[in-house]
Write a protein that binds this ligand. Structure first.
Ligand code: ZN
Length: 149
């Protein structure tokens, strides 16, 4: 394993052990629940949007290490972002998780979220990693329940 892969592994383990922004958000303006029946992950994403800016974003639920780490990374990444930048991040993570190319141009914009790129080598885990992001995307569209299948 390269040093970079070690670092990515470390980031994911850390977010799994100490999930950021985990818990309820009573003042949420948008929320959605995502289910991944393949793995049994169940993640609820809550956002407080104000003037087209994500002021708060939290998550709740149960899931495997990848789904929790991804949700945690997502909350740290989206907080404080404008809606346009949030949509951009959704596109970038989708590309990161599904692209078979070696070069991912969006990588630089994703910060620690880039740690999830190793997941693409394990197709069965891609849905774990994308679950929270799909839920957040759906929440902003006014959908409250999603299933990744
Ligand atoms: Zn999972």
């Amino acid at each position: 394993m390269s040093d970079l892969e070690d670092l990515y592994q470390e980031i994911i383990l850390d977010h799994n052990r100490r999930p950021r922004n985990f818990g309820p958000l009573p003042e949420a303006t948008h929320h959605a629940e995502g289910h991944n029946p393949l793995c049994g992950d169940h993640i609820k994403v809550l956002l407080r949007l104000e003037d087209d800016v994500v002021r708060e974003v939290k998550f709740e639920g149960e899931g495997c290490a990848i789904s929790k780490a991804s949700a945690s990374l997502m909350t740290t990444h989206l907080k404080g972002k404008k809606l346009g930048a949030v949509r951009e991040a959704f596109r970038a993570i989708n590309h990161l998780l599904t692209s078979q190319e070696d070069e991912i141009p969006e990588l630089e914009t994703l910060g620690d979220v880039a740690a999830l790129q190793g997941v693409r080598r394990y197709p069965v885990r891609v849905k774990c990693a994308s679950l929270a992001w799909h839920a957040a995307d759906a929440a902003l569209d006014g959908v409250v329940e999603t299933t990744t299948e």
